[in-house]
Design a protein around this ligand. Structure first.
Ligand SMILES: [Zn+2]
Length: 125
């Protein structure tokens, strides 16, 4: 089941003159010491262990939530809005909204955006 999930991560290249989006598959990056290159300026990114650990922890959290999907189906997050409240189904919140984590990379704050591909296209119908 685990290998069916793809976790796409992207961030903005930290080269001031570049700022191109750099994307990679977190599953691959966690397994081997793959180097990631900016597709535009070819700046190499090698993630240090501390950074990998944090990305890995977020991935675990996301996967744990996915595994709990069957019991989360009836859970809602209630958001207060003027005039009442809106209920957002938990699975929708966790899968359709972007998850992002801000981490320090080479002294700069970089936002990593996570996008998980659903295990099945029918999951949230
Ligand atoms: Zn670049």
């Amino acid at each position: 089941m685990r290998d069916k999930i793809k976790c796409h991560v992207d961030f903005v290249c930290i080269e001031p003159d570049c700022k191109a989006p750099v994307a990679f598959n977190l599953m691959d990056a966690m397994e081997k010491d793959s180097q990631i290159l900016c597709p535009s300026c070819h700046r190499p990114y090698e993630f240090e262990q501390g950074l990998k650990d944090k990305l890995g922890k977020l991935l675990k959290l996301i996967l744990a939530v996915r595994e709990a999907e069957s019991i989360l189906g009836d859970c809602n997050v209630s958001v207060s809005v003027p005039g009442g409240s809106v209920k957002i189904p938990y699975p929708l919140l966790l899968t359709r909204l972007n998850t992002l984590i801000s981490l320090d990379m080479g002294g700069k704050k970089v936002e990593f955006h996570f996008r998980i591909e659903p295990t099945s296209p029918d999951t949230f119908k």
